[in-house]
Design a protein around this ligand. Sequence first.
Ligand SMILES: [Zn+2]
Length: 293
Amino acid sequence: MTHSSEESLRADIVEIGRRLHDRGYIASNDGNISVRLDGDLVLTTPKGVSKGFLSPDMMVVTDMTGRKVRGQRDPSSELLMHLEVYRSRPDARAVVHAHPPVATGFAVAGIPLDRAVLAEVITTLGSIPIADYGTPSTQELPDAVRKYIKAHDGLLLANHGALTVAGELFAAYYKMETIEHFARISLVARLLGRERLLSREEVERLQGLRGAYGIATPAPFCADETTGAAAEEATCQVIQAPSAPGARLVDDALGTPPQPDGAGERKESKDGEIRLTYRELTVLIEEAVKALR
Ligand SMILES: [Zn+2]
């Protein structure tokens, strides 16, 4: 395999930084981009500048421990996370880290993007878990990333942002676009009150398509939902997909839809406790107030 020249890689990083900034995936001096060079070297963005306005000469070359080899500027302290990826994934040659607002909102809410919803996301990225929170610039963040990176090309970072990896720079960037786009679609579906999920059987068909189309993914889906999460290092991708033989899509209401006045049968538990949604309770209070007048 021939690798692109360092000159063209510098130009690619400039262009990706501009796109991250234009799309609002980074604010101020956020985010960082890196790519492997031959000879165990890494080319990466400098700290302390907006990645929307880079020039090729601003980049930094480091060794695999993050020590600067060439360049006027210093690398980001978040480079440690990129180096962890390269150590764990010999196939990964590029890493993009940004704070896209909708995906990062999921990361703040503690909601992973791991539901089987969009076939294209299933066949390319698979599931997108949340790596544990780590203080930026410390070893905690690389440690959190290590748990998932062998099985995933895209991660959310708890209360921080997102990370994508690929065999080349633009592929890593496009994965970041896919994560944010998926997060936006998921958010709209959840605001609308329900997501229809792909069935487990359909997800298995899509996994077969990955193979048929030669889509490189780091790991298969977990056979059941518990195998991935408990392990020290994930070796498969946990995906939320209910089994429904013969069905491609399964209805999944995210919450109890509001009941029209008087139509809702109230749920009573075994111990006789009546559970009401906030909306049902509000309606009851309003009715009671009216009755008092
Ligand atoms: Zn960050």
